[in-house]
Unconditional design. Structure first.
Ligand SMILES: NC(=O)c1ccc[n+]([C@@H]2O[C@H](COP(=O)([O-])OP(=O)(O)OC[C@H]3O[C@@H](n4cnc5c(N)ncnc54)[C@H](O)[C@@H]3O)[C@@H](O)[C@H]2O)c1
Length: 321
């Protein structure tokens, strides 16, 4: 089978997507790549691994040729908070990276996965049950690159027949790798701090409501979407997906039910609060359900139980080393 190449593979999603792809398609058929240069022992631990800067078109061409790549999961990007701190770099990485991926896909006939985000919406979008097709006027550079990225994927599908597929992912909660500078990082940090310290200071207000999903559901959604019969897909830019619409206080309360005494106080970061306030409170993901059978398994309670158990063993194992 043609090989799968993952860009930005060392991030929060890649750390779980690569093992899942390897379990399904075989370890040698999935090439992990990232901007980070790993020492030989680190690269060997996740082999096959290659250094790849997605803003360098030539590097992408060489990798796709060398490994006979048929599918690219393009994860490399700057996330919302990091992007707002460095807008010019965010444009370069998020847009040049995707453009290079789509061009190489055009040259070699690759299928492409593009992770869009709830950040592709803005303050003029209906915030509750945001429809699949809605106004997209984001006020962050991250959102601008995600909308432009969606449109570019749509264009390459329509104009060149490239098999582009995408998801508008909500905040992802996970225990394997720490998040990389997004506005929803508080949701992950809350779990780590609950297990380690029993308390957390949250950078968004208690009543901030956003969509979230547990990483195993996100990984399953990406792989299911990519395996779906092409004729079933009405949308080539990105599908709305979500598993829960929750406030910071509701996540804190779910954790406190299982970690007695856990407390959260709130010191609002105006930059990240403004970003969160411009995003939907809940998405309508009925198109994903209808077109390719999207069905997340975890709700807030079951995610909390699993997350706390796995984090406790991860942190205990780290302590005993
Ligand atoms: N994590 C979430 O909650 C979330 C939600 C919605 C969308 N997304 C999207 O999913 C994708 C992956 O997110 P993540 O959370 O794993 O991000 P992350 O920040 O954890 O990881 C991104 C990876 O990209 C790499 N990278 C940065 N610049 C690069 C370059 N020029 N070339 C190659 N690699 C480069 C980084 O080294 C990092 O390992 C992004 O496009 C992000 O916008 C993530």
């Amino acid at each position: 089978m043609p090989t799968i190449l993952v860009t930005g593979a060392l991030g929060q999603i890649g750390a779980e997507l690569v093992p899942a792809l390897r379990a399904r398609y075989g370890a040698d058929n999935v090439i992990a790549t990232d901007l980070k240069v790993l020492p030989p022992s680190g690269a060997a631990a996740i082999a096959p691994y290659a250094h790849l800067d997605c803003t360098e078109a030539q590097q992408l061409h060489e990798a796709v040729q060398r490994y006979d790549v048929g599918t690219i999961y393009h994860l490399a990007a700057l996330l919302s908070a990091s992007a707002e701190a460095a807008p010019q770099l965010a444009w370069s990485v998020n847009m040049s990276g995707l453009y290079n991926v789509l061009e190489v896909a055009r040259g070699y006939g690759c299928q492409v996965f593009f992770p869009s985000s709830i950040g592709a919406f803005g303050p003029t979008t209906p915030r509750d049950l945001t429809p699949q097709v809605a106004v997209q006027r984001p006020t962050t550079i991250y959102g601008v690159t995600k909308v432009a990225g969606e449109l570019l994927c749509d264009y390459y599908a329509g104009r060149f027949g490239i098999d582009t597929r995408g998801l508008r992912l909500p905040g992802l909660i996970s225990y394997v790798a720490v998040p990389g500078g997004g506005t929803t990082d508080y949701a992950v940090e809350m779990f780590y701090h609950a297990v380690r310290y029993g308390r957390y200071t949250c950078f968004l207000s208690a009543d901030t409501r956003l969509d979230m999903m547990y990483m195993p559901d996100a990984i399953a959604a990406m792989m299911d979407l990519m395996a779906t019969d092409s004729g079933r897909l009405r949308y080539r830019n990105a599908y709305n997906v979500t598993a829960m619409s929750v406030t910071s206080a509701e996540i804190a309360a779910a954790i406190a039910r299982q970690v007695p005494g856990f407390t959260v106080d709130y010191e609002v970061d105006p930059v990240r609060q403004a970003i969160a306030d411009s995003w939907p409170r809940s998405l309508d993901d009925s198109a994903a359900h209808a077109d390719w059978g999207f069905a997340p398994r975890y709700d807030l309670e079951t995610m909390t139980t699993d997350m706390l158990a796995r984090l406790a063993s991860k942190l205990a194992a780290a302590r005993s080393r």
